[in-house]
Structures are given as C-alpha cells and as structure tokens.
Design a protein around this ligand. Structure first.
Ligand code: FES
Length: 104
C-alpha cells in the first residue's frame, strides 16, 4: 500500500538565522515577514527588493522571489546572496544574518 499525502504530510518549512541560532516557521511568508512574526528584526527599508538594505546570505536551502528582478547581480545570486524582503523559502533555509536581532 502506498502512503498518501494525508498519512505523511510535508513538514512545514523553517527558517534559521545564524549566528543567533533561532529557528521559526516560514508559513509561506517572505523571510523578512516570517522573522518579524516570530519576534526577530532584520535590516530593511524598501521591502520591495530594490534598496538592498536587507541583503544577506543563504547558508543552505533555496528561495523563490516574489518579484521578477530582485536587486541582485548574477554574481551575487551565484554566491547565495539574497533579499529576505522578497524571498520566500522553498523548504528549510539557513541564513547568515549577522545583523538579525530579537525584538525588544
Ligand atoms: S528592504 Fe529593500 S531590498 Fe529588502
């Protein structure tokens, strides 16, 4: 008998911020929105993928973008830089986000 999706649901995607070492659910949100919902702040300004204030680096995992042309060069994409304000995790992700903080 083959297992079906109801007996083996896909675990929800998580986001881990390093070096804080905190992990929280992605909930289908952008990384910036999910971090804020979980009580963390990341640097941000435009929140639409143009100013690059939120630029950080992916340590593992993959993301999709909500905008067609996020403000990253091809080289930056190859080097796993990402813009959390317009990036939605595709599965579990780990970010190098040294400026991430817990909300007071
Ligand atoms: S906040 Fe401006 S690019 Fe992310």
């Amino acid at each position: 008998m083959r297992p079906d999706a109801t007996s083996h649901p896909t675990p929800p995607a998580t986001i881990t911020l390093q070096p804080l070492g905190c992990t929280f659910p992605a909930d289908g949100k952008t990384i910036l929105q999910a971090a804020e919902a979980a009580g963390f702040t990341l640097p941000s300004s435009c929140r639409n993928g143009t100013c690059r204030t939120c630029l950080c680096r992916l340590e593992s995992g993959a993301v999709r973008y909500l905008v067609e042309w996020p403000g990253l060069s091809i080289e930056e994409k190859r080097e796993d830089y990402l813009l959390p304000c317009v990036a939605v995790p595709v599965g579990d992700v780990v970010l190098k986000a040294p400026l991430a903080k817990r909300q007071p």
